[in-house]
Ligand binder design. Structure first.
Ligand code: NAP
Length: 312
C-alpha cells in the first residue's frame, strides 16, 4: 500500500481546518478512536500540526511512511526536527508572514512598558486621575539604545522600526550578520549598553536562560526587557528577583515560562506589561499563516518540496 493520507494532529484555525478537511481530506486525530495510530499510521504520508501541539519523536516513529510535516507557527521548539530529518521527512513552518505583526507587538510592549500605558490606563479607570491628579513620570523611548537578542526575520523587523524612533541598534547572536547594526559578541555587554533589550530568538535547550541574572543586572535599574521570543529564554525567577529588588526598570512580556498564565509576582506589578502570547494574533497574519500551512502541503504534493522548510 502507498501511503497517501494527510493526518492533522490538532485544530489549527478555521481556514486551515476547512482547507485540510475539504481539499486534502485530512483525518483529524483528535476525532479518532484510541488505537487509530497503530491501525492506520502506516497510511499517513503528510502531517499537519502547530507549534502549540508539536510533533515528537514517538509520533514520527508511529508514522513509518511520513514524508512531510507542515506546522503552523514559526517556532519549532515543540517539533522534533532532528528526528524528522533523520527519517528523511521534510519539516515546514510558517515564517516571514508574521514578522511585521510580531515586531509591531514588540514595539507596543516596549512603549507600553516604558510609558507605563497599562498602569496609566488602570489609573484613569480607577478614578485616580481625578482624585490624585497627574500620573508619575515615565521613561523616554525615542533616541535611546536598542539591543536585540536574535537578529533574525523578526529581530530584523524590530530593528528597522527602531530607526523610526531615532534609536541606535546593536544585536547579539551566534554570529555577526551583514547588517547596518553593531554586533555584540557578549550578551551581557549588549545588555549593559542597551536601554531596551528585546528578546527575539527562539526557544529550546540552546537558548534556555540566556537572559540570566547577570544579563538582567547589566541591563540595570533603568533598563527595560521585552520578550516576544520564548519564555524559556529568560530566567523568570531572576527576572522577578531583579524587578522586586529595583535592579531592573521594567518588562514587556508576550511569552512566559509556564504559559498560559502569569505568576502574580509579575502580573501584579505596574512596571510589567504582559500580553497573552499574541505576537502574530491579527486577523490578517493568522489567515496568512493558516494558508501557508496548507500551501506547504500542496507544494509537497505537487513538487515533492515544501515551500518554507525548517533547515537542519
Ligand atoms: P529566525 O529568523 O530563525 O531568527 C532567530 C534568531 O535567533 C537568529 O537571528 C539567530 O541568530 C538567533 N539565535 C538562534 N540561536 C541563538 C543562540 N543560541 N544565541 C543567540 N542567538 C541565537 O526566527 P524568527 O522567524 O525571527 O523567529 C524568532 C522566534 O520568535 C521564533 O523561534 C519564536 O520562538 C518567536 N516567535 C514568537 C511569536 C509570538 O507570538 N510572540 C511569534 C512568532 C515567533 P544567529 O543564527 O546569528 O545566532
Amino acid at each position: 500500500m502507498t501511503a497517501s493520507m494527510v493526518l492533522q494532529l490538532a485544530p489549527i484555525g478555521p481556514l486551515a481546518d476547512a482547507l485540510l478537511r475539504d481539499e486534502l481530506k485530512a483525518v483529524c486525530l483528535w476525532e479518532q478512536e484510541a488505537g487509530w495510530l497503530e491501525a492506520h499510521g502506516a497510511g499517513v504520508a503528510l502531517l499537519a500540526t502547530s507549534v502549540r501541539r508539536g510533533c515528537d519523536a514517538a509520533m514520527i516513529a508511529a508514522l513509518p511512511n511520513l514524508r512531510a510535516i507542515s506546522s503552523w507557527g514559526v517556532g519549532y521548539d515543540t517539533l522534533d526536527v532532528a528526528a524528522a530529518h533523520a527519517c528523511g521527512i521534510q519539516v515546514a513552518n510558517t515564517p516571514d508572514v508574521l514578522d511585521d505583526c510580531v515586531a509591531d507587538l514588540a514595539w507596543g510592549l516596549l512603549i507600553a512598558a516604558a510609558r507605563r500605558i497599562s498602569a496609566a490606563d488602570r489609573y484613569v479607570r480607577a478614578g485616580e486621575w481625578k482624585e490624585l491628579g497627574g500620573f508619575p513620570l515615565t521613561t523616554r523611548v525615542s533616541g535611546k539604545r536598542l539591543g536585540i537578542l536574535g537578529l533574525g526575520r523578526i529581530g530584523g523587523a524590530i530593528a528597522k522600526r527602531g530607526q523610526g524612533f531615532a534609536m541606535e541598534v546593536r544585536y547579539h547572536g551566534r554570529s555577526p550578520k551583514d547588517v547596518p547594526y553593531g554586533f555584540e559578541p557578549s550578551l551581557t555587554a549588549l545588555a549593559e549598553w542597551s536601554d531596551f533589550l528585546v528578546v527575539a530568538c527562539g526557544g529550546g535547550p540552546e537558548t534556555r536562560h540566556l537572559v540570566s541574572a547577570e544579563v538582567l543586572a547589566a541591563l540595570g535599574p533603568r533598563g527595560i526587557l521585552v520578550n516576544i521570543g520564548r519564555g524559556s529564554v529568560v530566567d523568570q525567577q531572576a527576572l522577578i528577583a531583579a524587578l522586586e529588588a529595583g535592579r531592573l526598570g521594567g518588562a514587556g512580556l508576550d511569552v512566559l515560562q509556564g504559559e498560559p498564565g502569569a505568576p502574580a509576582a509579575l502580573s501584579s506589578r505596574d512596571d510589567v506589561v504582559i500580553s497573552p502570547h499574541v505576537g502574530s494574533a491579527t486577523i490578517e497574519t493568522r489567515e496568512a499563516m493558516e494558508r501557508l500551512v496548507v500551501d506547504n502541503l500542496r507544494a509537497f504534493l505537487r513538487e515533492g518540496r515544501v515551500l518554507t522548510p525548517v533547515l537542519p
